[in-house]
Design a protein around this ligand. Structure first.
Ligand code: HEM
Length: 444
């Protein structure tokens, strides 16, 4: 074969030149930054979507969310506030662990150290304390919002059940923390609280013994409450929250009224797509539509398909969440600046306060216990929790989902609001209207 007919050899690849030291140093910040964040700040729809996909923290969000999700008066931001409080509790709790010792001879002294010698010690304790109380209240309010907007209904039944467990674990987490300062308030509140658990028939005393590791609140109880408070319950809560958030996405985002899926007013391109017959194995033919939406840039209405009424999660949802988060942090900071967490006298097992009261969120129970130990402490609370768990499976109507106090849901909402108001009234009575020997007193 002649030389002229042969294919010319591919030009040899130039060896890449290694950058010099100066270039390496000059490009260092940019290279480190781009190794973490693969995309620049998004400026187009495609980049907004890619940012959501490629960021660990953002990929929990869908690329787009329905506009209704961002209506502040719909969710009231209560789920995000609950999560923000949990994060504040985790950070301040870990810092407190550097000082705290779960020992009956040292715990109270460590509290005094936090007040007297540790820089910002009281502030840190106050932040932890107020966030814990706040979380109990906000998680409860979030549960009320979910119920009153009918958001526990299909397909969100199981996420509601996860939520009920989140609420119970939150209560227990706060309760176990109550004992740790080892002052009079802590000791007697837990003594009363665990006595309520003892009223359960057959297993009550065994449950109480398992919780306390003894027949009375003492060193064993302090250690058990500490381990539950700093390790076991936060781990369970974290796992449940991960499932909770994952389920929100899998259930199609937040609940919304049917009309929220209608496209916003504006230019719409109507796509008419030729139907294509698809042969199925059984021999029957079924019509299937293939959309062309991938090629169209303007807002459009897909033929007989999901209507568009969405916005990009980045930056709309993210900014809304960050705003609520910042507001929560500011609220906790302000509260902790204004009010220091209480610290009473050290434990004196011979001198119970009169009356000895459980933590405020259990005062409704304590009030009911004053009428009947079994029904107040065990029977009614168990029925209430079982009703909560069963609610989505019993109330199966589909009307009124995604709207506050929908007319179609008047019966379910009335029952729920009645129970909530009763519970709140009992807590108020137990907190302000009960004095020595649990007799009625006037707070004024
Ligand atoms: C640690 C406690 C909790 C956290 C951090 C949390 C967080 C959230 C967040 C961020 C959302 C979406 C935004 C919002 O609705 O505000 C949400 C939705 C939801 N949560 Fe929770 N939640 C908690 C407890 C509960 C409880 C106690 C229940 C009910 C018993 C519950 C049931 C639901 C349901 C069903 C949804 C979907 C609501 C909808 O589609 O509209 N969650 N949660």
């Amino acid at each position: 074969m002649s030389q002229a007919n042969s294919v010319p050899p591919a030009p040899a690849k130039e060896p890449q030149r290694e950058p010099g030291l100066i270039t390496v140093l000059r490009e260092l910040p940019r290279n480190v930054w781009s190794s973490i964040f693969r995309n620049p700040l998004p400026s187009s729809d495609l980049e907004r979507a890619t940012t959501s996909f490629t960021n660990f923290f953002l990929h929990i969000h869908p690329v787009k969310v329905n506009r209704n999700t961002l209506r502040p008066l719909y969710t009231l931001g209560l789920g995000v506030i609950s999560f923000a409080l949990f994060l504040i509790l985790a950070v301040t709790g870990i810092l407190l662990m550097f000082y705290y010792v779960p020992s009956t001879t040292q715990a109270y002294d460590r509290m005094l150290d936090l007040r007297g010698t540790v820089a910002f010690g009281t502030f840190l304790r106050s932040m932890h304390r107020w966030s814990a109380h706040g979380m109990v209240a906000v998680v409860f309010l979030h549960m009320c919002r979910v119920f009153l907007t009918g958001s526990y209904k299909k397909p969100r039944e199981f996420n509601w059940v996860i939520g009920v467990f989140l609420f119970l674990v939150t209560l227990f987490l706060s309760f176990t923390g109550y004992l740790l300062p080892w002052d009079q308030l802590a000791f007697w509140a837990i003594t009363v609280g665990t006595a309520i658990a003892g009223y359960a028939p057959v297993i009550g005393q065994d449950v109480r013994f398992m919780l306390l590791g003894d027949t009375a609140v003492g060193q064993e109880a302090l250690l058990r409450f500490y381990v539950l408070h700093v390790a076991v319950l936060p781990a369970i809560l974290t796992l449940l929250m991960a499932i909770h958030f994952w389920r929100i996405r899998k259930d199609g985002g937040l609940s919304r009224p049917e009309e929220a899926d209608a496209p916003p007013p504006g230019p719409a391109v109507e796509l008419s797509v030729a139907p294509v017959a698809v042969a199925l194995p059984s021999g029957s033919a079924r019509l299937k539509l293939f959309g062309l939406q991938g090629f169209v840039r303007t807002p459009f209405q897909k033929a007989g398909n999901i209507p568009e009424n969405t916005v990009y999660a980045w930056p709309n949802l993210l900014m809304a969440e960050l705003f609520v988060f910042a507001l929560t942090v500011a609220g906790v900071l302000l509260m902790s600046l204004m009010f220091a967490a209480p610290l009473e006298e050290p434990v004196n097992v011979m001198h119970p306060p009169n009356p000895a009261k459980a933590p405020w969120y259990f005062l409704g129970l304590q009030e009911m216990v004053s009428y009947s130990a079994f029904w107040g402490g065990v029977g009614i609370p168990t029925i209430f929790v079982l009703l909560l768990l069963a609610a989505p499976y019993l109330d199966r109507g589909t009307g009124g989902v995604g709207r506050w106090f929908a007319r179609e849901r008047i019966l379910a909402n009335t029952i729920f609001v009645t129970l909530v108001v009763l519970n709140v009234l009992l807590v108020i009575i137990g907190t302000f209207f009960r004095g020595p020997n649990w007799s009625f007193v006037s707070p004024w």
